[in-house]
Design a binder for this molecule. Structure first.
Ligand code: GLU
Length: 423
């Protein structure tokens, strides 16, 4: 277990972006350098190596991390990512963003994130189970329902959460449903959790459109990513009357002037594993998706896709960040001089962690809410956070990202100051 200070060789990437956003919020709030330094670093970082016995008997070893950025407002919370792009700095950035996200939507958590540098598509289910259980056993000393609560992220899902819960429970000797969220409903998962991030993205997109006088009927959208976030967001936007003209995944992209039949595309993906080959739409260059002339662009895949290289070509009226960190700070600066509205990640994709919180509450009380209750409370929290951000941005002349970050950082600092610095 190591705790390190910020890197000296800042070279661009999500951690630099996250730290620059924090620095801007600190400058706006007029907070001391000491508090700034404390918030720029993770409270706790664990780097592990995860050996896996492969199905053929050979052994492969993967780097794994769990980073806990802050605990001032409660236990650390955040997803677990399986992707070859995972490294310590990415996980640090994602953990910091979780602290701000939880504070912004006012759930009583700090921020955390985990990752294993593995390509899940190259592994059998049995291998993924073994790697998940071994990773869990490595990070076991620092997770728990009152300490740090993992959830799904890129490359992981409710099955992964079931394995983590089981491994943790076996180790402590009794079932602990509150150690993870995003579990299968039959194991204490919350109704509405699997669609929660998408529902929040669509809800905030519709509020953003309304604020710009854009009616859903007749509006157009492009969605990057067709996984846990993009797929549901595309479906809900289409159900609201929006023509979803373009959708991409890691393998390719499809486009239709009249709007893609999202349910049919979902069936195609379930059958073929990718949007590629979907016959009811045309082939699109995936790189062209972010610069399409649409009302709403939803980057819902990975970080760093709207960059200094393509930001000037963005034609969308509104960007709703379904992914964490899809817009680099360089792109942000370019877009700041345009009319493009950016609904930042820590607001736009907070639906997932909001319902994770509801799941944790239900698990701790061994009581299940109805899906309607979950969805209503989710929309209520998203709506409140949206208005908080819009109002704060208006009063202080900030972008929505600056306002959201400042509000969140202020709440974390408030909690820190009320508790005081130990010892
Ligand atoms: N991985 C999701 C996120 O980035 C959800 C985290 C959670 O529910 O804890 O917000």
């Amino acid at each position: 277990m190591t705790t390190t200070s910020p890197r000296a060789d800042l070279s661009g990437g999500p951690l630099d972006d996250a730290r620059a956003q924090l620095a801007a919020a600190i400058a706006h709030l007029g907070v001391s350098d000491g508090i700034h330094q404390m918030l720029a670093t993770s409270r706790r970082e664990m780097a592990v190596s995860v050996p896996l016995r492969r199905d053929d008997g050979s052994i492969a070893t993967y780097a794994g991390f769990r980073v806990q950025h802050n605990f001032s407002r409660g236990p650390a919370k955040g997803g677990l990512r399986f992707s070859t792009a995972v490294d310590l700095d990415e996980v640090r950035a994602l953990a910091m963003w979780m602290s701000w996200k939880c504070a912004l939507v006012d759930v009583p958590y700090g921020g955390a994130k985990g990752g294993v540098a593995i390509e899940p598509r190259d592994h059998s289910m049995a291998e993924l189970e073994r790697v998940t259980r071994r990773y869990t056993s490595e990070i076991l000393p620092i997770i728990g329902p009152e300490v740090d609560i993992p959830a799904p992220d890129i490359g992981t899902d409710e099955r992964t959460m079931a394995w983590i819960m089981d491994t943790y429970s076996a180790s402590v000797g009794h079932t602990v449903p509150g150690v993870v969220t995003g579990k299968p409903v039959s194991l204490g998962g919350s109704l509405g959790r699997s669609m929660a991030t998408s529902r929040g993205v669509a809800h905030v997109a519709l509020m953003a459109m309304a604020s710009r006088g854009i009616e859903p009927a007749g509006a157009t959208a492009a969605v990057q990513g067709f996984g846990k976030v993009g797929r549901g967001a595309a479906r809900l936007l289409a159900e609201a009357g929006v023509r979803v003209q373009a959708i991409s995944d890691v393998d390719g992209a499809v486009w239709s002037e009249a709007g893609i039949d999202v349910a049919r595309l979902g069936d195609h993906v379930d059958e073929h594993g990718s949007v590629v080959g979907f016959e009811a739409a045309q082939v699109l260059d995936p790189a062209a998706l972010v610069t399409l002339d649409v009302d709403v662009l939803v980057p819902a895949a990975v970080e760093g896709v709207i960059t200094g290289a393509n930001a000037a070509d963005v034609k969308a009226r509104i960007i709703v960040e379904g992914a964490n960190g899809p817009t680099t700070n360089e792109a942000d600066a370019i877009l700041a001089d345009t009319d493009v509205m950016i609904v930042p990640d820590i607001l736009a994709n907070a639906g997932g962690v909001i319902v994770s919180y509801f799941e944790w509450v239900q698990a701790n009380q061994a009581y299940q809410w109805t899906e309607r209750e979950v969805n209503e409370r989710l929309e209520e929290k998203m709506t409140r956070a949206w208005h908080d951000v819009v109002d704060y941005a208006g009063v202080h002349g900030l972008s929505y990202r600056e306002a959201a970050t400042a509000l969140a950082v202020r709440r974390v600092i408030e909690a820190h100051e009320l508790r005081g610095l130990y010892p």
